[in-house]
Design a protein around this ligand. Structure first.
Ligand code: AMP
Ligand code: MG
Length: 409
């Protein structure tokens, strides 16, 4: 039997075998959710020409030093248009936000500080402006030639927009990770019919497919595979040929029908781990060769809560590392366990599912979701954080506990 190892050793082993995928070129608009694989240098200035930050009147600042003052309006320029008219001192040109600043102008008076006269042919300026006010100069946002983004930058919607703004139409990103998910077990059904004796409704696949997507990967549903070694072997080889990683649920413990263990032991280079944690003690990880590729395989336990926790602790960071994230782990904070988190000494770290929220003191406070059994997914399903309770008798009420944050509103 495998020796019991620490979670840190298990995680190191997994991360050591899950390198970032190769780069691909992708339109910046499709790259949201990926990680840049190459630096991006700005090929253009943003903005590309001096323009107005407001709707108002382009002026020579010196002409409006004493207010109120009335000026002739000698032209108009809208966004997307331009004017050849060179503004002279003592004149105004009506200008819209984003329109190019006319030559000669050095400031813009916002429309709120003006009054239209004579049907728009004149304007009364009621507030003076310094030179440069409401003028966006060339490169004020991005200077051509500057390093905009380092490799490893996560492409958020705003990052993608900046890439579009400098015409970085195609970008090099780490290829999105395609992950195959399958469940194993003769007791599992998902056809919606009445349950026969011994059957249960399959649920881990729904959860794991969602967790894979939440991790930013593409999830591929391979369905339920019966506890049949030949069938499972075919499915696994096929998955390794097509996808970047495989997540299985069930069949990795010590039972007689743990076929995942039987098959993967034969066809893949696996490590069958017993991790000193609760839940999710059994965990399998290895690589399945397909041609010259080594495809990571995550063998998660079948108990639903164990499946959820081991995906969070081990599969998720590994998949995110494959996707190129330089910091693939969830953030951890020191949280206050308002009611305490009691446990018994058993040589394991307990990953207790908790509800976390910011308190009026600005700190994160956690409370147990209630039932902590590895089959009690209903309680765990409401968790938005995982408290890492070290071996011992737990955390006293008001005590501090290191907590993995999943989503804290
Ligand atoms: P196993 O790891 O295959 O020994 O399964 C452990 C427990 O988890 C058993 O009670 C299984 O019925 C249950 N289980 C396994 N796979 C699933 C699944 N995909 N959905 C729901 N429960 C499962
Ligand atoms: Mg099973």
């Amino acid at each position: 039997m495998a020796a019991v190892i620490d979670i840190s050793e298990a995680r190191r082993h997994v991360l050591d075998h899950c390198a970032a995928l190769p780069p691909v070129s992708m339109p910046c608009r499709e790259a949201i959710g990926t990680v840049l694989a190459a630096p991006v240098t700005a090929a253009e200035d943003v903005p590309p020409f001096p323009n107005s930050a407001v709707d108002g009147y382009a002026v020579v600042a010196a002409s409006v030093a004493t207010v109120p003052v009335e000026l002739p309006v000698v032209g108009e320029v809208a966004a997307g248009a331009s004017t050849d008219r060179v503004l002279q001192p003592g004149e105004a040109i009506r200008i819209m936000t984003g329109a190019p600043l006319p030559a000669g102008a050095d400031a813009v008076v916002m429309v709120e500080d003006t009054e239209r006269l004579d049907g728009g042919s004149r304007v009364r300026v009621k507030a003076s402006v310094e030179r440069g006010v409401a003028v966006r100069v060339v490169g004020d946002d991005v200077h051509q030639g500057t390093l905009l983004y380092e490799p490893g930058t996560f492409v958020t919607p705003a990052v993608a927009a900046v890439l579009a703004s400098v015409n970085a139409a195609m970008v090099q990103v780490v290829r999105p990770v395609r992950v195959a998910v399958l469940s194993t077990g003769d007791e599992l059904v998902d056809d919606g019919g009445p349950l026969q004796p011994g059957q249960i409704r399959e649920s881990n696949r729904t959860m794991l497919l969602g967790q894979v997507r939440d991790a930013g990967c593409e999830a591929v549903d391979l369905g339920i595979v019966r506890d049949d070694e030949a069938a499972l072997e075919v499915v696994l080889h096929d998955a390794a040929a097509r996808y970047d990683a495989i997540v299985t649920s069930g069949g990795v413990s010590m039972g007689d029908y743990d076929v995942v263990k039987a098959v993967l032991s034969r066809i893949a280079d696996m490590r069958w781990m017993q991790i000193a944690i609760k839940p999710a003690k059994p965990f399998a990880f290895g690589v399945l060769a397909s041609g010259d590729r080594q495809v990571p395989v995550f063998g998660l336990p079948g108990n639903p809560v164990s499946s959820w926790v081991s995906f969070e602790l081990l599969a998720r960071p590994a998949l995110r590392q494959m996707a190129g994230h330089p910091h693939p782990q969830r953030p951890m904070v020191e949280a206050v366990a308002d009611d305490g988190l009691r446990r018994r000494v058993d040589g394991k770290i307990h990953y207790m599912r908790v509800v976390a929220a910011f308190g009026p003191d600005g700190r994160v406070h956690v409370r147990s979701v209630g039932a902590q059994g590895s089959h009690q997914l209903a309680a765990t399903s409401l968790a938005n954080a995982i408290a890492e309770v070290p071996d011992g008798d737990g955390v006293a009420p008001g005590g501090v506990v290191r907590t993995i944050l999943i989503s804290v509103a």
